[in-house]
Write a protein that binds this ligand. Sequence first.
Ligand SMILES: Nc1ncnc2c1ncn2[C@@H]1O[C@H](COP(=O)(O)OP(=O)(O)OP(=O)(O)O)[C@@H](O)[C@H]1O
Ligand SMILES: [Mg+2]
Length: 494
Amino acid sequence: MDFRSLRFKLTLWYVFILGILLISFSSFLYFTLSRSLHRDVDNKLRSLAEMIASESSAPLLGFGFDQTFEAAMNLKPVGKFIQVLDESGRIGRKSENLKSIQLPISLQALRNASKGMITYETNRSIGNAPLRIITYPVTEQNQVTKIIQVASSLEVVEDALNTLLILLLITVPSVLLIASLGGQFLAHKALKPVDRITQAARMITSQNLNQRIQTLKVKDEISRLIDTFNDMISRLDQSFRQIKQFTTDASHELKTPLTILKGEVEVALRRKREPHEYEQILESNLEEINRMSKIVEDLLLLSKADIGEIRLNKEDIPLNRFIYGITEQMKILAQPKNIQIEVANHHSERDADIHILGDPLRIRELFINLIENGIKYTEEGGNILITLSREVIEQTNANHLGETRTNGFAKIIVKDTGIGIAKEDQEKIFRRFFRVDKARSREQGGSGLGLSICKWIVEAHQGEISVESEPGKGSSFIVKLPLYSHQTKPLANY
Ligand SMILES: Nc1ncnc2c1ncn2[C@@H]1O[C@H](COP(=O)(O)OP(=O)(O)OP(=O)(O)O)[C@@H](O)[C@H]1O
Ligand SMILES: [Mg+2]
């Protein structure tokens, strides 16, 4: 048995508490019984002494004490020893069963008696069993005339108490022994699933994360533990899969430009070429190198974001102006495809001045990515429309400083008239390296990381990003970012 095991500790506690309870109960039982039996004896002795005192008159002083006693009181005091002394302590009559023995009388009892006080004593000097003796003075006109001593053997009482003690000494340890076995069994039964969990956990490595611990039918703490454990393994499994997938995708993504680069250089080296040919080849090489460095940059950004290493330098961004600035720049990119980019005129005055708290660099990257996608996946002559509005959840009224606090979102929609995205792909496009049409995207220099970065940026700003799209008609990317309101407006009646 392992003394540090939970099973041992549980059993120990169980037996310990049960032991304390049983011992307290037994002691209580023993002492209560002992007190009550002793009190009983004392009461009997006293009532007998009183009876003798009230009846003891002249006849009692004659011979044949027992017979006179019997005759006078119509009662035979079985097992009781009676002795009558005169006021000076000299022994007068005594019951026949005393034979030649005298009941001892202590100095203290004699002293008490002279003061008219009753004394109870236990004497162990006569016979095997202790004797309980009452020394009872009889007074007449404040004068002690006689002292009556009645004694009774405590044998029966002691026997009863001894029997009880032996019984308790046998039963308590046996009960504790049985309880400890039972406790061990129960603890073993209750903790068996824990052993199973431990074993299963030991077996699980990154290679077999698809394994699960068998669940229990009963829904108790252990089954909750198993469920939690299984959930954890599922999540680990998923993370591992994602990492594997990610590594495969990343290496694959880098392999293509490398293969092209290698091919081009090999072909170039086959024979001597004219300078302008080299120039052409180098230009093509540069294109692949640029592509690779963008992938590596994006990957680096995402993995840094994953481990939370990127700090956002948040500041107040006046979103209307900010987005306007970005679109002006993006128009240059859209020109070759003759795509119009427009920022929709706001409908209400409130939408004209929307502020968010964000890292301008990241927010810029977010919208550049979205608009760039719009341009990439829209046929020539299409258009991109950007709308800005606010979605208020709750607005607190102006306080004494004239501040209004607005809780809600800035909602930015980037809508294009492009090729659209099929329903089943809509949730996948935010995954790393996912592209609906790999060949087409690659042609345009895409590696499928743009939207993953967008998603990270939005989430790092406590926002949300979603897509609505219909193949052939176009897509809308909806970004929601928490509003930042710090505007101070004077109260109307100020
Ligand atoms: N506006 C859009 N219209 C249609 N499809 C889109 C649009 N935006 C994204 N997609 C689809 O989602 C995929 C993922 O987009 P994402 O921006 O992550 O990657 P990418 O544009 O291919 O490459 P990158 O942005 O890294 O250069 C794209 O390959 C494309 O198939
Ligand atoms: Mg993109």
